[in-house]
Ligand binder design. Structure first.
Ligand code: RAT
Ligand code: ZN
Length: 408
């Protein structure tokens, strides 16, 4: 096996392995085909992604109230005109749409979306999904499945057909963050969650029905544990024991400031620095549980790495939402490698629209190649050259086995 010593030989080898290893996308908002219309795909959905909706109002006189009454096609037309025709699409989210169009050989500088619409209208969803995964270099994606979503729950109850490329996740936001408006949907539960047995039963039934690879919740920047709240009690007495019983991790996505601008709806959330002492206490109090964790604030990233060094039941993952920009991904990934080696999960796509996995994973590979290559070059300079096999093992651990080992 050839020893790679200089950056000139290391970088192409890293690029080759990043291309060759199929990744597992550990958090998306995509849906398996049997969940039908919940799954978003195609040009109008790509262009009306909430990241782009947030950008629209910075480059168009349109007001949110004028925008929300439009049809999806009209919304996409407004965004295309403002962000792609009248302006150069150099932001991360706009550039992503361009990369997807290019991947399918569609025009990237067209004055309208006609040709792209025609192309997507001619695709059959199942083969299209397989093609998209292939282009993105992902073998499987992990969904976000909410048992209290009135559109989704009945489909599971009717026995939605499984798809080996889509793994379910039991999402708990409505239970943990919005109990007061959802408790009545949990049979036998009460408003104060005074009796926890019905909630335990509810989660157990859903775990058996869905067979999730983990449970998950997004949490505000103000998240505290422990505290005097229904959420804290449900976490300690229902969710965490259920994760132990079903031997699955709990994923915590911490740091959202919900709806700072309600007029923007899904695009109206912002970010805040969280007190990761709450995470420390969870890791200490529940050593038998495994926690996946992604924090939204740039200022929290370093602490998350330090905690991961202290607690082997904590797995940092992803560069999430406002962090998924090359400059920040670079900074975070270097820091994580320096502090954790390969014992973390560098990225997930958070795709809401199928074809987004193409650009998000290409961008991840592009950003990560020089970072990994630099680390190997430093290692070689310090006395240990690497082989293509070493690189493959590391890439596989980062983008596959760290997740597989935690969830199976
Ligand atoms: O990145 C996003 O699209 C956010 O809106 C959230 O969905 C976040 O990823 C979450 O899962 O809560
Ligand atoms: Zn998400």
């Amino acid at each position: 096996m050839t020893l790679l010593r200089s950056i000139d030989t290391i970088l192409p080898a890293v690029e080759q392995q990043l291309d060759a290893v199929p990744f597992i996308d550990i958090h998306t908002h995509l849906f398996m085909p049997s969940l039908g219309t919940l799954g978003l795909w195609g040009i109008d959905q790509l262009v009306t992604y909430h990241y782009l909706e947030a950008e629209l109002f910075r480059s168009s006189p349109l007001k949110p109230e004028q925008y929300w009454v439009l049809s999806t096609q009209q919304k996409a037309d407004a965004i295309w005109k403002a962000l792609f025709v009248e302006n150069t699409p150099i932001s991360e989210a706009t550039r992503g749409v361009i990369a997807v169009l290019k991947a399918f050989g569609l025009p990237t500088d067209s004055p309208d979306l006609r040709e792209a619409r025609e192309f997507f209208a001619n695709q059959k969803v199942e083969p299209h999904i397989r093609k998209v995964f292939e282009l993105a270099g992902v073998s499987e994606v992990v969904m976000t499945n909410d048992p209290l979503d009135p559109d989704e729950a009945p489909l599971w109850q009717e026995g939605a057909e499984r798809d080996p490329q889509f793994h379910p996740v039991l999402r708990l936001d409505r239970i943990l963050n919005k109990w007061s408006s959802h408790w009545h949907l949990v049979p036998g539960a009460d408003e104060n969650a005074g009796s926890i047995a019905p909630v335990r039963k509810f989660l157990a039934e859903w775990c058996e029905r869905m067979r999730p690879v983990y449970m998950a919740c997004s949490l505000p920047d103000t998240f505290q544990y422990p505290e005097q709240s229904i959420r804290s009690r449900l976490l300690a007495e229902v969710v965490i024991p259920a994760c132990r019983e079903f031997e699955i991790p709990l994923s915590l996505m911490i740091g959202v400031r919900y709806l700072v601008n309600p007029a923007l709806r899904l695009a109206g959330d912002a970010v805040g620095r969280a007190d990761l002492g709450a995470l420390e206490r969870l890791c200490v109090q529940f050593p038998e549980n495994r926690f996946l964790c992604s924090v939204l604030s740039r200022e929290n990233q370093y602490e998350l790495c330090v905690y991961a060094r202290k607690f082997s039941n904590l797995m940092p993952f992803g560069c999430w939402w406002f962090l998924n920009n090359p400059s920040i991904v670079e900074e975070m990934t270097k820091e994580r490698i320096e502090m954790l080696g390969t014992s973390f999960i560098p990225q997930h796509s958070d795709a809401r629209v199928l074809e987004q996995v193409i650009y998000k994973w290409r961008n991840t590979r592009r950003t990560l190649a020089p970072i990994l290559a630099d680390k190997y070059a430093l290692l070689a300079a310090d006395g240990r050259a690497v082989t293509a096999e070493d690189i493959r093992r590391d890439v596989t651990r980062l983008f596959r086995t760290n997740f597989e080992n935690w969830t199976t």
